[in-house]
Design a protein around this ligand. Structure first.
Ligand SMILES: Cc1cc2nc3c(=O)[nH]c(=O)nc-3n(C[C@H](O)[C@H](O)[C@H](O)COP(=O)(O)OP(=O)(O)OC[C@H]3O[C@@H](n4cnc5c(N)ncnc54)[C@H](O)[C@@H]3O)c2cc1C
Length: 479
């Protein structure tokens, strides 16, 4: 296996001049081009743009704080003339090292482009700049009775541009889909500085190839997203939730299938395994959760009367399927308390003092039990504890390898061998190595295996067509 470690070992702090120009000279020319206050070579700015929430870091040579599409276009035209690498950064809340500027050069921040340009319920669209924080857009839509459903757990911090570039998901994808299902139109600056517009503000559009689909999920390697037109939907006026504990994981997974087979389409279906529950009981006290080795949370939303009758039916169904105590939440405050309990599960894993390698794998839903059984075997074989929980309805389970210290080379090697086994199993069982976080650096070693030779070659062809010099986010999964 090629090792992700090689990316981590990229020389930190190496500052390269381009051709015969010094970094200071390049920064000066860019400042003259963009105007004052938009280009920085200050070490604190370089540090702040060296990493995301994964483990790799590398300093850029300079940071450009773009404030408009023109700034992005001028920067890319300039960079392309001088062959300077450019790594776009949204909020830096990625989980796979995607915005780490491993090639040095320019870290292009779009964080200042954070205007909600238009919220238009009549057309069911929002037009936003890429630096808008996802949670802010959601709040703004709610304020006018509308909704932008994609809800990554990081929504208070991550940006819409980052969500588009990673095709972010979240707990409500089962019913509402992922980011790409809401992207109607994009403005993208290409590597040579040209500005491309694709899609538009209509809800159906079959004009030409699906370029919005191509750029969505392209992890900053095909262009820089500078404006996004998103689909909004009417906000469901009511929601309610159930939380149940089952004797074992297979019983909870059976409940997932039964809920869907009986014609329910919950907005969320979250499952949690015994390792995570044990950690939660330690954090919250032994009586915090009824006895049982698996936890299931179900959320439904819609018109108030429909939600009321559906939650009653689901409560009976869970009891019929052998759930222990079933907790019900019917007000926004009670629902929030149950989601808070779910969030405590993650914090409980942190309490173990181990480092969580959060792998957002996906399996066909019928393989959930096999996956968790495999995780137990992996734990026994490698001695690395494995915690599984996540979006059961999508088969998108976060498999967390709990390691002592990922930066210790011996531990990292052992963890990467365990990841090798995990991803091989996932691919053998018709799954995907990432459902929402993307490839970035974290999953680069497994990309060819995951895509296959022909698909990988087509990816490279597309990259070469749009970015012939390979300047956009170099060092990532196509290199
Ligand atoms: C605690 C936590 C919970 C999370 N939960 C979820 C979850 O539930 N679901 C989920 O999907 N993800 C989740 N994530 C991962 C992360 O939040 C998402 O990947 C998010 O979309 C990243 O957005 P960002 O603005 O932080 O992007 P960044 O980290 O800044 O960048 C991510 C990638 O997008 C590219 N990029 C950013 N902006 C642009 C742009 N304007 N144009 C072109 N390329 C761009 C970057 O080059 C990079 O490759 C979580 C992360 C954390 C830390």
């Amino acid at each position: 296996m090629a090792s992700a470690a090689s990316e981590l070992d990229a020389p930190t702090g190496e500052r390269r001049a381009t051709a015969d120009l010094s970094i200071e000279k390049i920064a000066g020319e860019l400042t003259a081009l963009l105007g004052p206050g938009k280009v920085s070579v200050r070490s604190d700015d370089l540090e702040l743009h060296a990493a995301d929430k994964w483990y790799a870091r590398n300093l850029p040579d300079m940071v450009v704080f773009a404030e408009s599409t023109q700034d992005v276009s001028k920067t890319l035209r300039f960079a392309s003339k001088l062959s300077i690498p450019v790594t776009t950064r949204g909020a830096g809340f990625g989980y796979v090292g995607g915005c780490v500027p491993v090639g040095g050069g320019i870290a292009l921040s779009v964080a200042r482009m954070k205007k909600i340009i238009e919220l238009n319920p009549a057309d069911g669209v929002a037009v936003v700049q890429p630096g808008v924080i996802t949670g802010d857009l959601q709040q703004a839509a709610h304020a006018v009775g509308w909704d932008y459903p994609p809800d990554p757990a990081s929504l208070k911090d991550c940006s819409i541009g980052g969500n588009v570039a990673t095709n972010a998901g979240g707990p409500r994808c089962l019913k509402y889909g992922v980011t790409k299902n809401y992207v109607l139109g994009l403005e993208v600056v290409l590597a040579d500085g040209r500005v491309l517009r694709c899609g538009g503000r209509v809800h159906k559009n079959k004009t030409g190839f699906d370029l919005c689909g191509l750029f969505t999920g392209s992890e900053g390697m095909l262009g820089v997203v500078t404006e996004v037109t998103l689909r909004l939907i009417p906000k469901p006026p009511a929601r309610a939730m159930l939380a149940a504990v089952f004797a074992d994981f297979p019983a909870a997974a059976t409940a997932v299938q039964q809920i869907l087979n009986r014609g329910h389409l919950p907005s969320a279906l979250e499952i949690t395994d015994s390792f995570t529950l044990a950690a939660a009981r330690k954090r919250l006290g032994p009586d915090s959760l009824p006895e049982g080795q698996a936890h299931l949370m179900v959320e439904v939303d819609g018109r108030p009367s429909a939600v009321k009758s559906e939650i009653k039916e689901l409560e009976s169904l869970l009891q019929e399927l052998g759930a222990g105590e079933v907790r019900k939440a019917t007000t926004p405050k009670e629902c929030e308390a149950l989601w808070q309990l779910r969030r405590e599960f993650s914090y409980s894993l942190r309490d173990t003092g181990l480092t969580k390698l959060n792998e957002d794998i996906v399996v066909p839903r019928s393989a959930l039990v096999d996956l968790v059984e495999f995780a137990r075997r992996l734990e026994e074989d490698t001695g690395i504890p494995v915690a599984c929980f996540g979006h059961a309805g999508d088969g998108n389970i976060h498999v967390n390898l709990m390691v002592a210290d990922f930066e210790d080379p011996a531990i990292r090697e052992k963890a990467e061998n365990a990841l090798d086994q995990l991803f091989a199993w996932i691919l053998d069982h018709g799954g995907a190595i990432t459902g929402e976080h993307g490839i970035g650096l974290a999953k680069k070693p497994w990309i060819r295996q995951a895509l296959g030779d022909v698909s990988f070659a087509v990816h490279k062809t597309l990259k070469e067509a749009l970015d012939p010099q390979g300047l956009l986010n170099p060092g990532k999964f196509l290199d």
